[in-house]
Design a protein around this ligand. Structure first.
Ligand code: ZN
Length: 84
């Protein structure tokens, strides 16, 4: 593990990570990022909670809700980056 993921890279890996489709190297890179990044863990946590919530809804709601959530996540990350 000789480099850090950017927030954009970590974000791109999260859905595969939650689906268990990520290879070991990227799992470690993502977990390392989540340990050291200030802005990603709360976003990741909210995605996990929303996914859990979605499991109680009919599948027809999923695509639309996930899209909305990802837009909010992207907006939040952009806001964080602008704060720096
Ligand atoms: Zn991050």
């Amino acid at each position: 593990m000789d480099r850090l993921l950017t927030c954009a890279e970590a974000r791109a890996l999260v859905s595969d990570y939650m689906n268990g489709e990520l290879d070991t190297e990227h799992v470690h890179m993502l977990e390392y990022h989540l340990l050291h990044c200030l802005s990603c863990p709360p976003l990741y946590q909210s995605i996990v909670e929303i996914q859990r919530h979605l499991q109680q809804q009919p599948p027809a709601h999923h695509a639309e809700t996930i899209q909305r959530v990802m837009q909010r996540v992207n907006a939040a990350i952009q806001t964080k980056q602008q704060d720096k």
